[in-house]
Design a protein around this ligand. Structure first.
Ligand code: B12
Ligand code: SF4
Ligand code: SF4
Length: 310
């Protein structure tokens, strides 16, 4: 099979297992992305996310998988308008259904099973989010969409409400053309960010970001200035996506993945699930909210650490 035929076959398999978009690029280092990443770490914009500081591994796919020649980039739309937007206690859109890591990992397994039939000798290694890999720059290079001034990968078909995932492979494949940046003179996302977290185009200081404090931070307290800016957000933040003209409730398409249909859209401080681990697990097991645990959600809602009803 020629590299071109192999690429076409892989893309057909990706669509067959349910991915919305698939593009292919080389696993070479992307110099500008690597330089920006190094600067990001040097300036401490990763905050307490120490696991991101291994620059060598994260910016060079072949430092981790030496035989990787190509990267199969995948995107899956998670947008849903089935539930009305909440006014308070807002949970970010990506976190309203089942944990995407689980959903996508099983789709990737299925994809690799199909690929092994055609390419039994090849290596395939999949990541979704957690791998030592820069998903957005490779997705842009594989033509899935462009990186906006909000740092998000923005697709023509689904805006930025897509998850990214990838399969690295030893196969020589035909590569797609990179996407072209299309923000133009717009800067709505940067002016809309309530904490001024964008230091430059696409360069975000996590230590100012609501998403960082409400999802990743292990600190007991959220800085006062961030708390004030949260305005009813309890887990994650979509402000810099909501204002983007490439995202729009009417324009965005409904996800085809039933697991991403919202189970909830907001958090109420009175929710009994916040009062005991058993109730918390019963309601939130298998969802992205497990990341910040009950303790983190209580912090995000401004509830006291100790709960007498526990
Ligand atoms: C750490 C992390 C975070 C951190 C830091 C975010 C950040 N902007 O760096 C925090 C916790 C804040 C976060 C928040 C969110 N995250 Co996050 N996060 C990640 C993770 C694990 C690593 C990102 C990373 O390496 N950051 C370091 C910076 C330096 O690298 P980068 O983000 O890849 O940015 C590069 C490009 O933007 C590029 N770039 C930008 N502009 C330009 C311009 C030029 C000229 C060039 C050359 C390059 C360039 O340069 C940067 C460095 O090379 C990725 C998964 C992954 N493995 O990649 C998910 C990921 C980026 N997150 C994701 C999501 C959904 C979110 C949130 C929307 C969640 C939410 N609703 O609250 C927010 C969005 C905030 C935002 N505007 O970025 C998705 C994004 C999907 C998409 N369509 O883009 C990802 C890809 C996870 C996934 N598998 O789907 N996240
Ligand atoms: S996620 Fe929210 S706080 Fe973070 S950069 Fe975007 S708008 Fe700002
Ligand atoms: S809001 Fe404007 S500047 Fe920001 S990502 Fe969207 S198009 Fe680009």
């Amino acid at each position: 099979m020629s590299p071109r035929e192999a690429s076409l076959h892989i893309k057909a398999c990706a669509i067959e297992v349910g991915f919305d978009l698939c593009g292919i690029t080389s696993s070479d280092i992307i110099p500008e992305a690597r330089d920006r990443y190094i600067e990001w770490i040097q300036k401490g914009y990763n905050g307490g996310m120490q696991w991101l500081s291994d620059v060598q591994r994260r910016t060079n796919p072949r430092a981790v998988i030496p035989e990787a020649k190509s990267v199969i980039m995948l995107a899956l739309n998670y947008f849903s308008r089935k539930e009305p937007e909440p006014e308070d206690g807002v949970i970010a859109r990506y976190a309203r259904g089942r944990d995407y890591h689980k959903v996508i990992a099983s789709m990737q397994k299925h994809l690799i099973l199909l690929l092994r039939k055609e390419f039994p000798e090849a290596t395939f290694r999949s990541y979704v989010d957690y791998g030592p890999f820069m998903e957005r720059p490779y997705a842009e290079k594989a033509g899935l969409g462009f990186i906006g001034k909000n740092g998000m990968l923005i697709t023509e078909e689904f805006g930025s409400y897509v998850f990214l995932a990838e399969v690295l492979t030893s196969l020589e494949l035909e590569h797609d053309a990179p996407a072209i940046r299309r923000c133009g003179t717009c800067d709505r996302c940067q002016t809309a960010c309530p904490t001024g977290a964008f230091i430059a185009d696409g360069m975000l200081d996590s230590t100012k970001c609501i998403a960082y404090y409400t999802i990743e931070s292990k600190e007991d307290e959220i800085p006062e200035v961030v708390k004030k800016a949260m305005k009813g957000r309890t887990f994650g933040c979509d402000i810099c996506q909501e204002v983007c003209p490439y995202n729009n409730r009417l324009r965005n398409k409904e996800t085809t993945v039933p697991d991403f249909s919202p189970r909830y859209t907001s958090l109420d401080p009175e929710d009994p699930a916040l009062r005991s681990d058993a109730a918390f697990l019963e309601k939130f097991a298998g969802t992205p909210l497990m990341r910040s645990k009950r303790k983190g959600l209580r912090r995000n809602l401004g509830l006291p650490k100790e709960d007498l009803q526990e």
